[in-house]
Design a protein around this ligand. Structure first.
Ligand code: ADQ
Length: 504
């Protein structure tokens, strides 16, 4: 290892170094060695073109505690794409206490305003520090001063402070994909000072919405004390001691054009046709969520029951298709949530199922293929996105992009980050107000075609204008990188020998 690199030898070429808890691949061990499949999702789609042919790096946990052969398998996968994947290996105990413990039993519920679900186990904090340290060591080893390091999400909030302690000179940005809570909730965190101070060691902090950014600034003002604050605007600078930290709101989005293309495909049309065939002459209401207590699935089911009780004219005519994607198995609370959802589905179906064959709820508990998912988006006349709190919620944007005929209605929780951008044209609901939600679903079901079209057209325009590439550009523009042009395309890029072959 070249020890000088970490304290920053200058290089003419600026590289983007993306750091996330997981690498954007799925690895599985077979008798022939490692099998690597590319990951899916918005972040990979958005960042792959930025990294490609620019010699950038993506650093993250490989998804396994094994080390042997992992870096080589990853290097093979990215051969010819012009960037490298650098694996970090974590022991089962580290993933247990850092990922399952601190990240998902403390930060996830607390930052979604659900502090009663937090398990403030001090052992989790130790593991969180240790894993953040491990990431920082690998970043230090892999980067030079001219690079721009972009760290993602709540698993890695201490990375900049560790990098600073290790003498890294490269600029470091951070994007939080989940909400930042209000002061009176954040102060409950036993490690509130450590986390807040560590966040202030980043050069640029990105949040999903202005509300999250405002919450963060309130916390800094109250807990860190004397700091000079910024004014209005999407991006502003705050002065903390002798440092300037830039903070901004950058709502994440989807690859709109690609999704529209996919939604037009023959495969999606076939999938939509099958869905219609199975539910003839029914108005389809859709819910699509990871199994998570923040997504508000039980209250949505209760609102649907109230709809059928209060507006009997919809019986026999509507079907709620509720898709739940398995998630975070083994974390307390998730199994109970599944039981609650399934009990409610059973109760409602038992209460209303009709001799004509009508079943009010179709419940699907599995991950859907992309074509199936888009098929449901295309078929649904209404989609219910009713999280108790959500950083953004990409399902809302995907649904609108897939509504090619522009005749769908989006019912959206006012506590989803997406509401900040989409509130004028979606129908907003308070997910804690069951009766209010049932009224809004009724309003959606009876909306005139002209109004549906007007609203969906404006929703799609907004999302198209602010797509995932706009999101990457606005974050990089706010950083010292200034723009994508700061990361020049390297003709015939050849990875540096040894780069991405070492595991952490
Ligand atoms: P998530 O909590 O995972 O993300 P969300 O933004 O809705 O929530 O993204 C879910 C993704 O999973 C979507 O892209 C969707 O297509 C996919 N998906 C959903 N159901 C599926 C199914 N049945 N089969 C296959 N794929 C499915 C976190 C934060 C969010 C924030 C994002 C991005 O919690 O608030 O919007 O990161 O920053």
């Amino acid at each position: 290892m070249d020890e000088d690199r970490n304290i920053g030898s200058e290089s003419d070429v600026r590289r983007l170094v993306v750091v996330s808890n997981r690498l954007p691949v799925v690895m599985s061990e077979t008798v022939d060695g490692w099998h690597v499949e590319p990951g899916s999702g918005g972040l990979v789609t958005a960042l792959a073109p930025v990294l490609r042919n620019r010699g950038g790096l993506w650093i993250g946990w490989s998804g396994t505690s094994e080390e042997e052969g992992v870096a080589e398998a990853l290097a093979e996968t990215t051969e010819g794409v012009g960037y490298s994947l650098v694996p970090i290996s974590l022991t089962p105990e580290e993933t247990d206490k850092h990922y399952r413990g601190f990240s998902n039993e403390i930060i996830w519920p607390l930052f979604h305003d659900l502090q009663s679900l937090c398990n403030f186990d001090p052992a989790y904090w130790k593991a969180y520090e240790k894993v953040n340290d491990k990431f920082a060591r690998v970043i230090t080893r892999e980067t030079v001063a001219n690079d721009f390091v972009w760290v993602h999400d709540y698993h890695l909030m201490l990375v900049a402070s560790r990098l600073k302690a290790m003498g890294l000179r490269a600029k470091v940005g951070f994007f939080l994909h989940i909400p930042f809570p209000p002061l009176d909730i954040f102060v409950k965190l036993p490690w509130r000072f450590q986390i807040l101070k560590a966040l202030l060691d980043f050069d640029l902090l990105g949040f999903q919405t202005m509300r999250d950014r405002r919450n963060f600034i309130h916390c800094v003002r109250a807990l860190v004390g004397q700091t000079e604050m910024c004014g209005r605007g999407q991006v502003c600078d705050i002065q903390v001691a002798s440092r300037t930290v830039r903070v901004g709101a950058f709502p994440i989005s989807i690859d709109y054009d690609a999704l529209v293309e996919e939604a037009r495909s023959k495969e999606v049309a076939e999938s939509a046709w099958h869905i219609h065939e199975n539910l003839p002459e029914r108005q389809i209401i859709l819910g699509v969520d990871r199994l998570d207590y923040t997504k508000g699935i039980p209250s949505r089911l209760q609102a649907y029951r109230r709809l059928l009780e209060r507006y009997p004219e919809h019986r026999n005519k509507v079907t709620l298709v509720q898709v739940v994607v398995p998630s975070r198995r083994g974390i307390p609370g998730y199994e109970e949530l599944k039981t609650t959802i399934e009990r409610l589905v059973g109760e409602i179906n038992g209460q209303f199922t009709h001799e004509s064959g009508w079943i009010p709820i179709h419940y699907i508990y599995r991950s859907l293929s992309r074509y199936e998912l888009l098929g449901y988006y295309r078929t649904a006349e209404i989609t219910l996105i009713t999280p108790l709190k959500d950083g953004m919620n990409l399902v809302a944007k995907e649904y609108c992009a897939s509504s090619l005929e522009e005749n769908g209605v989006l019912v959206l929780s006012e506590f989803a980050g997406a509401a900040a951008e989409l509130q004028r044209w979606a129908l907003l609901v308070n997910p804690y107000d069951i009766v209010g939600m049932s009224d809004v679903i009724h309003q959606a079901l009876t909306m005139e075609p002209g109004e549906r079209h007007r609203r969906m057209h404006r929703l799609r325009q907004t999302i198209r204008r602010h797509d995932i590439f706009w999101w990457v550009d606005s974050f990089l523009n706010a950083s010292i990188a200034r723009s994508l042009d700061s990361f020049p395309v390297v003709d015939d890029y050849v990875p540096e020998a040894g780069s991405a072959r070492r595991s952490g």
